[in-house]
Design a protein around this ligand. Structure first.
Ligand code: HEM
Length: 165
C-alpha cells in the first residue's frame, strides 16, 4: 500500500507553508524587517514585534515537528520497501534535524532558570542560522535541478544496471 496522492500533496504544501513561516518569523526575531522598513508596509507591522514573531516561530516549530513525524511514519509504514532516500533527501533531513536540535537548545536558552554560557548561545545561534542558509540554498538547488527526496527502488536498480551496462 502506498501513500494516497492527495495526502502527499497536502503534506508537501503544509511543509512549504511551515518552512515559509519559520523563515519569516525567524528573521523577524532578528529585527531586520524594521531596519529595512519592510515592517512599515501596511499589514506587515507585526514583523517588527519580537514576541509575535517569536511565538509564530514556536508554532511553526511545532508544525514542522508534526510534518516530520508524518513523513517518518509514512516512509517506514508505507514506502520503505519501494522508495529510497536520495542524497538530497538525506541532506535536507540532516539539516532539519540540526535545526530542530539547535532550536530546542535555543528554547532552553530562553527559559528564565537556565543560563547557558554566552559562547554556547552564540555558537547555537550561528549553527541555527548556517543551517537555515543551507536549507534555503539546497532547497532552491533541489527545486531548480528537480532533485527529489526519494526515488523508487525499482527505478534505481534499473538505472544502476543500465549505467553498469
Ligand atoms: C525550517 C526551519 C527553521 C528556520 C528557517 C528557522 C529560522 C530561524 C532564524 C532565522 C532565527 C533567528 C536567529 C538569530 O536570531 O540569529 C531563529 C531563531 C530561533 N529558532 Fe528557528 N528556525 C527553524 C526551525 C526551528 C525549530 C524547529 C525550532 C525549535 C525546535 C526553532 C527555534 C528557534 C529559537 C528558539 C530561536 C531563537 C529566538 C531567540 O532569539 O530567542 N527554530 N530561527
Amino acid at each position: 500500500m502506498t501513500t494516497p496522492a492527495k495526502a502527499d500533496s497536502v503534506s508537501r504544501y503544509l511543509y512549504l507553508f511551515t518552512v515559509f513561516f519559520l523563515v519569516l518569523s525567524g528573521f523577524g526575531q532578528m529585527p531586520i524587517f524594521k531596519r529595512y522598513y519592510i515592517a512599515d508596509i501596511p499589514g506587515l507591522g507585526w514583523l517588527a514585534k519580537f514576541y509575535i514573531t517569536h511565538y509564530i516561530h514556536y508554532l511553526g516549530a511545532i508544525l514542522l515537528l508534526g510534518v516530520c513525524a508524518y513523513y517518518i511514519t509514512d516512509y517506514f509504514m508505507f514506502n520503505f520497501k519501494n522508495k529510497k532516500l536520495t542524497f538530497s533527501g538525506y541532506f535536507k533531513t540532516a539539516v532539519i534535524a540540526g535545526l530542530t536540535v539547535s532550536g530546542f537548545l535555543l528554547i532552553i536558552k530562553n527559559f528564565a532558570d537556565y543560563h547557558l554560557p554566552g559562547g554556547l548561545i552564540i555558537f547555537l545561534d550561528l549553527c541555527h542560522l548556517i543551517l537555515v542558509m543551507l536549507l534555503l540554498g539546497f532547497g532552491l538547488y533541489s527545486l531548480i535541478a528537480k532533485k527529489r527526496w526519494t526515488v523508487n527502488r525499482q527505478d534505481k536498480i534499473k538505472n544502476d544496471s543500465q549505467n553498469n551496462g
